[in-house]
Design a protein. Structure first.
Length: 127
């Protein structure tokens, strides 16, 4: 694992660059992106999401992993900043709006804007 090997920015946010299977070593929260790096050094963000536990977010062999691999994923980018889920969702939304990763357009979105009747903030799909 070579975490410090490179950093890239998506919508002004600096991400660590890893080999895809190195993501399983990270047990903290953060943002992760599946990326295709081309021979000329250009990069395409295929998908971005947030997770409470990065190692479990989209393991090798999962449907999302397989979709990204079919599109040429050969890097994973990690951001290990905000611990709060709401902050990560807002940052993810900004990056999706600016970069428009293809797989984010074809998958259901988790948003930071749901409020239940008692006033507590909740995230769709999270118990």
């Amino acid at each position: 694992m070579n975490v410090g090997a490179g950093k890239v920015q998506w919508a002004g946010v600096r991400f660590y660059v890893l080999y895809p299977h190195d993501m399983r070593m990270f047990r903290q929260s953060g943002l992760y992106g599946f990326v295709r790096r081309d021979r000329d050094g250009s990069r395409t963000l295929l998908f971005i999401d947030q997770a409470d536990h990065l190692a479990n977010a989209a393991p090798a062999g999962s449907p999302l992993w397989n979709e990204a691999a079919a599109l040429g994923m050969n890097e994973v980018h990690l951001w290990l900043g905000a611990a709060s889920r709401i902050d990560r969702l807002q940052l993810k939304a900004r990056i999706v709006r600016v970069v428009q990763p293809g797989l984010n357009r074809t998958r259901p979105a988790e948003t930071a804007e749901t409020v239940v009747a008692d006033g507590r903030r909740t995230i769709p799909g999270v118990a």
